[in-house]
Structure formats: C-alpha cells, structure tokens
Design a protein around this ligand. Structure first.
Ligand SMILES: *[C@@H]1O[C@H](CO)[C@@H](O)[C@H](O)[C@H]1NC(C)=O
Ligand SMILES: *[C@@H]1O[C@H](CO)[C@@H](O)[C@H](O)[C@H]1NC(C)=O
Length: 207
C-alpha cells in the first residue's frame, strides 16, 4: 500500500512539475504568472500575459490601507484551509491589487486583491467557503509595467502609477491605456529583506 508520506511526496513532485520552469527571478521560486516582454524601454515595459486564474476579494474604501490587512487575511485563510476541500494551498506571487478610482478627489475607490492560484489548480479551482471570496479568471492582457524595489507604501504605489501614466504620455501611448484602473503587484512577504520587487501595471486597451 502507498504510504501517506510517499503519496505526499509524489504529489509534491507533481505540483512542482506543474510550475513553469522559467519563472522570473523576482518571483523568488514561488509559482507566478508567466509573460512575454513585447517592448522594453527605460520608461516602461510592455508585457503580454495569457489568461490567468486567481482567488480574489473586493472592497470599497477611502484608501487601501483601511482594507488591505482584512482582504489579505481573508485570502490567506482560503489558502490556509478555509475552502471546500479543507486543504492548504501553496502561496504564489504576486499579490495583485486592482485599484478602481472613484469619481472625484475624496471619493472612495474599489480595491480587488488577488492571490494567483497555483498553475496545478487552474483547471479545477478549490471552491471558497467564505462568500466574500471569489475565483476569477483574468483574460489575456497587455500591460504597461513599471518596476521598483524595496518596501512599498501606499504612497509609493500611487506615485509610481502617476509616474508611469506620465511616461506613457511622454511616449504618446496614453490615449490607448486604461485610465479607470491600475494594478499594484507585490512579490514579497514582510520577511523577504533583500531584492524586494514591486510593480505597477496599467492595461493597454485593445485597438
Ligand atoms: C528593460 O530595460 C531596462 C533598462 O532599460 C533593463 O534594466 C531591464 O533589465 C530590461 N528588462 C527586460 C525584461 O529586458
Ligand atoms: C464600487 O463598485 C460598486 C459596484 O460593484 C459600485 O456600485 C460603486 O459605485 C463602486 N464605488 C466606487 C467608489 O467607484
């Protein structure tokens, strides 16, 4: 009979085989979405992502700081076993947060935080049990990306998003980009001290 430990190590092999082998170095060996670089300049990088699968939670708030921890913990509970199969799901990268601006300077915004599902689970995602948690498929997309290192605060992400919009305008790309929302991508937990990596993604609208 196959022992539980042997079975688990076989599952471990199967899972690690399912992770693409040429992941970007800033994923620090975590499973993460693959992309191709369509264009690279000093002002921006244009990437193409194929369709990707995520678990997400959406909240409206005056700013992300108010809801970040709550959203993170709710998604963390999903991967920590609060799901229909009561299993732990490996952590992936990045934590992707979609910021949809409200109308007017003092208005609330909608924030959607996403954890990528491990590639091995894309075909059959494990159902959440918390009704606030959703399995979502993001369609194939082209995004303009600005990367920056270090511990990123809310203000850092906002100022990088502003800078990326400016860089796109300088390059005459601004007429063809999504101005209603952008994404913040965080690749590292709090205890990754070296080589921390963050990104802003702004969607290129399809012509
Ligand atoms: C894009 O270009 C920048 C500098 O212009 C460089 O540092 C970076 O490594 C390049 N990225 C890719 C993916 O080629
Ligand atoms: C957030 O999204 C909801 C619908 O999902 C919408 O009714 C609401 O107006 C949005 N809030 C803002 C600030 O855009």
């Amino acid at each position: 009979m196959l022992k539980a430990c042997a079975f688990l190590s076989l599952v471990g092999v199967a899972l690690s085989l399912a992770i693409p082998s040429n992941l970007p170095v800033f994923c620090h060996k975590l499973d993460c979405p693959q992309f191709t670089v369509v264009e690279n300049t000093t002002d921006y990088e244009l990437r193409h992502y194929d369709q990707t699968s995520w678990v997400s939670i959406r909240k409206e708030a005056a700013n992300l700081d108010i809801v970040r921890r709550d959203m993170f913990m709710t998604l963390f509970h999903y991967i920590d076993g609060e799901n229909a199969d009561q299993v732990k799901i490996p952590m992936t990268a990045p934590v992707l947060t979609t910021v949809e601006h409200g109308a007017g300077p003092n208005c609330a915004s909608n924030f959607t935080m996403h954890f990528m599902l491990p590639h091995a689970q894309w075909a059959a995602p494990i159902k959440p049990t918390n009704s606030q948690v959703n399995i979502v498929t993001l369609p194939a997309m082209d995004v303009y990306v600005k990367s920056f290192p270090g511990y990123a605060s809310d203000e850092d992400f906002i100022s990088m998003a502003v800078e990326l919009y400016k860089n796109l305008a300088t390059n005459n790309k601004h007429t063809n980009v999504d101005k209603k929302q952008y994404n913040e991508a965080s690749y590292d937990g709090p205890y990754q001290f070296a080589d921390r990596h963050n990104e802003i993604w702004i969607g290129k609208l399809q012509a």
